[in-house]
Design a protein around this ligand. Structure first.
Ligand SMILES: [Zn+2]
Ligand SMILES: [Zn+2]
Length: 190
């Protein structure tokens, strides 16, 4: 039994290159990744007092509409996301679950008064996408400064880390994927 990692653009045309992202996800996880269009009701996620979007509601809607062959489903948005205990989040994932979401909103230079830089935005988004998907495969935060599973609270911290797993996280991920996908999965696919 194999599955796919679907990437669902949720809000507005985005400057990010979706194909670059799905190809990178395919190569990091050794699982085919494809874009997918779904209707997400953003009104339900919007908090009018904070004027932000509750990421957990977006995860719930992704899960409800996920195709049968979904191994993981990743929402991609440029809305400002939050969870109630935090001021904002770059993204949210279900630890060991199927769904994750990431936002470009706080990854854009413009938000910090700097000139737009689409390459930098793309690089940041890739790191956060891989990071949140890593959580869905049970990976926790990692102390290795270069590891993509390093926690990032500020955008500068995203820039310091790499977009790949350290050896320890990579080994753990390979074990988890092999459990999930059985004999169909080979380490060689990384
Ligand atoms: Zn995290
Ligand atoms: Zn690591």
């Amino acid at each position: 039994m194999t599955g796919r990692i679907y990437v669902v653009p949720i809000h507005r045309p985005m400057v990010v290159n979706l194909q670059f992202l799905t190809e990178a996800i395919t190569s990091r996880f050794g699982v085919p990744s494809l874009p997918l269009s779904l209707e997400i009701d953003l009104g339900r996620a919007h908090d009018r007092f904070r004027n932000q979007y509750h990421s957990t509601e977006i995860l719930a809607q992704l899960l409800r509409q996920a195709p049968r062959d979904t191994l993981r489903i990743l929402g991609l948005t440029d809305l400002d996301l939050f969870i109630p205990v935090l001021t904002y989040v770059f993204g949210e994932a279900q630890l060991g679950g199927k769904a994750a979401v990431v936002s470009c909103y706080r990854l854009k230079n413009e938000l910090y008064g700097l000139p737009p830089d689409n390459r930098l935005l793309q690089a940041r988004l890739l790191k956060e996408a891989i990071h949140e998907l890593g959580h869905t495969f049970h990976l926790l935060h990692c102390d290795d400064p270069s590891c993509v599973m390093r926690v990032s609270t500020y955008v500068e911290e995203i820039d310091y880390k790499g977009d790949r797993f350290c050896a320890a996280c990579e080994a753990r991920l390979a074990n988890i994927l092999e459990d999930l996908l059985g004999a169909a999965f080979r380490k060689a696919s990384f």
